[in-house]
Design a protein around this ligand. Structure first.
Ligand code: URA
Length: 244
């Protein structure tokens, strides 16, 4: 790979800025001043330094965010804050985007990457990667609902979902004395508003929704809302697990 391409991809400047840095002796390759920006290097083997600091090259970044309510899962939005607006500039040179969408009012696990192929594999309905959500429901969830979810539900637009796994965590009493439930639901597709529409199909409303797992990857609960961290290599692999 060309030296100027490597540094450019990492966001260290335009090609002409990098040329200037090379001319000024700010860039070294294996300890030797690199005067030629078009010199070829092997990013896995050669040691590239800028102002004496080692530059580590990688093609992809993988971040796990605990998405807060109120921001949208997009790279740009004319009105709303996006999840990308919460990301540090050091990552923005990689052109990251969210893997799939969570609604504006949904919280929880969102993976942000620039690896389009991984994103495709995780989202493709053919791959059946499960997505698990925690939700609070406005009424008591009962065995009949578990059965209905397990068969798949008609959610409008000519579409019946694949079977989904519904688990009741507990039933609670709201301030007005009515009953509600906390549940987990696991789906393997990602239709627009799918979880909310599945509950609407059984006459119930989702009051709060949070994604807790994608494939074998669980939300790191130590992340505050709006915080993110890099995934480990192991965690990236877990994302494609079909069993959870
Ligand atoms: N299902 C929904 O209804 N909303 C989300 O954000 C994700 C799944």
């Amino acid at each position: 790979m060309r030296l100027d391409k490597m540094l450019g991809n990492l966001g260290y400047g335009t090609r002409s800025e990098i040329k200037k840095m090379c001319r000024q002796g700010m860039v070294t390759v294996n300890g030797q001043e690199a005067k030629k920006p078009d010199q070829h290097i092997n990013p896995d083997q050669d040691q590239v330094c800028l102002n004496g600091q080692e530059v580590s090259y990688r093609e992809y970044i993988y971040l796990m965010m605990n998405k807060p309510a109120g921001c949208v899962s997009a790279t740009f939005d004319r009105y709303d804050q996006t999840v990308i607006d919460l990301i540090n500039p050091e990552y923005l040179a990689f052109d990251p985007f969210p893997v799939g969408r969570l609604d504006k009012d949904t919280e929880g696990l969102l993976v942000i990457t620039n690896d389009g192929q991984l994103s495709h594999r995780v989202l493709s309905p053919k791959k059946h990667v499960p997505k698990k959500y925690y939700a609070q429901i406005d009424q008591e969830v009962v065995a009949r609902d578990i059965e209905a979810f397990s068969k798949g539900l008609y959610i409008g637009d000519d579409y019946t979902t694949r079977p989904a796994k519904l688990e009741i965590i507990r039933t609670f009493e709201a301030d007005d004395g009515s009953l509600g439930s906390e549940i987990y639901v696991t789906i393997s597709e990602g239709k627009f508003h799918q979880v909310k529409r599945m509950f609407e199909a059984v006459g119930k409303q989702v009051l709060y929704l949070k994604r807790v797992q994608m494939g074998g990857l669980s939300l790191d609960e130590s992340l505050e809302l709006g915080q993110y961290r890099e995934l480990t290599e192991e965690e990236v692999k877990l994302l494609e697990d079909r069993e959870i």
